[in-house]
Design a protein around this ligand. Structure first.
Ligand code: SF4
Length: 389
């Protein structure tokens, strides 16, 4: 067993790659893989490539050669997360503007399990503030084991969902009881960027020489907004792109929100929603998150929405990435790669993803509707209480 330490302190690392290979060679199982946005900006480093080399096409090719039946993109579910989280933000804002004193603001992003674990233990009195939207990893699993399993005409227990993540806390997240149906997890196994690299080496694939390949459909389509989830500030920028257009019913004058980007531990910006100023906060690193949470607890926070990521730099600096932790220059190169992929996408706003639109029209209904709540939202626990008991 390989053991390494997660920089978020969330857990020690367990290598699940042997279990993944067991599933791939099991003829009764259909094995689906999803890959998080930050993985493609760092995987090449494991094969001697320059930091920040985008290897999306080669990664897809390698996954197909390893034997996965469907190669999909967590970015699809990141677009879905924006649909749900953005709708939740606008819902809470609307109530706040109508004078509802009970509405909880700021809304906090909820896609980072290192951060979720932190607030459940350290700020359990505030567990009704974060968005209830599941993380993209878990939204993907829920859709793969329902909508997509139905399309395959397969039972959910015959479908195995594997995630490739920059993150060690994702292993713990997919094992949480609330993400299982009758004991069957929505995401069966989560492996890190480093574990995928080792699987590629074990299979004797010449990674650099691989042809570029494309994700499968329908759960492989994504927009530039989903890609930027991989870096600090990206989730909230993606949410702003959609929430602005939904709220104002006007196209955004510009898509790049430079004021939300960068590497400072705590950042803030006010975005003009056509006459309505929206105050945005961003924190990466849990020490910085604590400062913003203490302000909220003291009633001093002026923010309407805050993005929090446990790892410095966000997921590009995750504990499952190639070992360059703490090297800001490497993080900057990975971040540039993420923005480069966003810029190169034809569609750059989550609500424009045609497969996400189809998913709502065929299956989910509307964002934050009944079925979405059942499949795409979650709840949090007071872990302090559990520990004290
Ligand atoms: Fe995982 Fe990303 Fe959160 Fe780090 S910031 S714990 S990599 S989800």
């Amino acid at each position: 067993q390989c053991v390494a330490v997660c920089p978020t302190g969330a857990l020690t690392e367990r290598d699940s790659s042997a279990k993944v290979m067991d599933a791939i060679v099991d003829p009764k199982k259909t094995v689906i893989v999803q890959t998080a946005p930050a993985v493609r900006a760092a995987l090449g480093e494991e094969f001697g490539m320059e930091a920040g080399t985008l290897v999306t096409g080669k990664m897809v090719s390698a996954l197909r050669k390893l034997g996965f039946d469907h190669v999909f993109d967590t970015d699809f579910a990141a677009d879905l997360t924006i649909m749900e989280e953005g709708t939740e933000l606008l819902g809470r804002l609307g109530k706040h503007l109508a004078g509802d004193k009970d509405v909880k603001l700021p809304i906090l992003t909820s896609c980072c399990p290192g951060w979720v674990n932190f607030f459940e233990h350290q700020f359990p009195d505030m567990i009704d503030i974060p968005s209830t939207a599941k993380s993209p990893q878990q939204m993907f699993g829920a859709i793969a084991k329902t909508y997509f399993a139905d399309q395959l005409k397969q039972k959910r227990e015959d479908v195995v969902v594997v995630s490739v993540m920059p993150c060690l806390a994702k292993k713990y997240e997919c094992a949480r009881d609330e993400f299982k149906v009758d004991g069957d997890p929505d995401v069966n196994l989560s492996i890190s960027t480093r574990e995928l690299a080792q699987m590629i080496r074990n299979a004797n694939l010449n990674f650099e020489a691989l042809e570029e390949d494309d994700f499968d459909q329908p759960l492989g389509e994504s927009t530039g907004a989903a890609v930027i989830f991989g870096t600090t500030g990206g989730v909230i920028e993606a949410a702003v792109r959609t929430a602005y257009e939904v709220h104002t019913k006007k196209p955004l004058p510009k898509l790049d929100f430079e004021e939300l980007r960068g590497f400072e531990g705590i950042r803030s910006a006010t975005i003009d929603f056509d006459g309505l100023p929206i105050n945005i906060g961003i924190a990466h690193g849990l020490g910085n998150a604590r400062k913003l949470l203490e302000d909220i607890r003291a009633g001093k926070s002026q923010f309407h929405a805050i993005e929090i990521m446990a790892c410095p730099g966000g997921c590009i600096g995750g504990g499952g990435q190639p070992y360059h932790h703490g090297d800001v220059e490497v993080l900057k190169k990975r971040q540039r790669a993420i923005y480069e992929e966003d810029k190169g996408k034809v569609l750059r706003k989550s609500h424009e993803n045609p497969f996400v639109q189809k998913l709502y029209s065929e299956f989910l209904g509307e964002p934050c509707g009944h079925k979405s709540h059942e499949l795409l939202h979650t709840h949090y626990y007071d872990k302090k209480k559990k520990i004290e008991i």
